[in-house]
Design a protein around this ligand. Structure first.
Ligand SMILES: [Zn+2]
Length: 67
């Protein structure tokens, strides 16, 4: 699953993002500290719900078996 960095437009694989920021119920994936700073400076101008992932969505990951 990959998402678009709302600041630079780069595609980012989930888990490889520099940081995930939740803004108004949507998780945004930022690729680097620069994009993070940009986003945090003016989230309103970058936040586009269609680019992120709804924060409330429950992700089901397979449970790793011990031993
Ligand atoms: Zn970026």
């Amino acid at each position: 699953m990959s998402f678009k960095d709302p600041v630079c437009g780069k595609r980012i694989h989930r888990g490889k993002a520099h940081i995930t920021i939740e803004y108004e119920g949507v998780n945004y994936f930022l690729c680097c500290p620069q994009c993070q700073a940009q986003f945090e400076r003016s989230p309103k101008s970058y936040a586009k719900p269609e680019l992120g992932e709804k924060a409330r969505k429950i992700q089901h990951y397979p449970i790793k078996q011990q031993n």
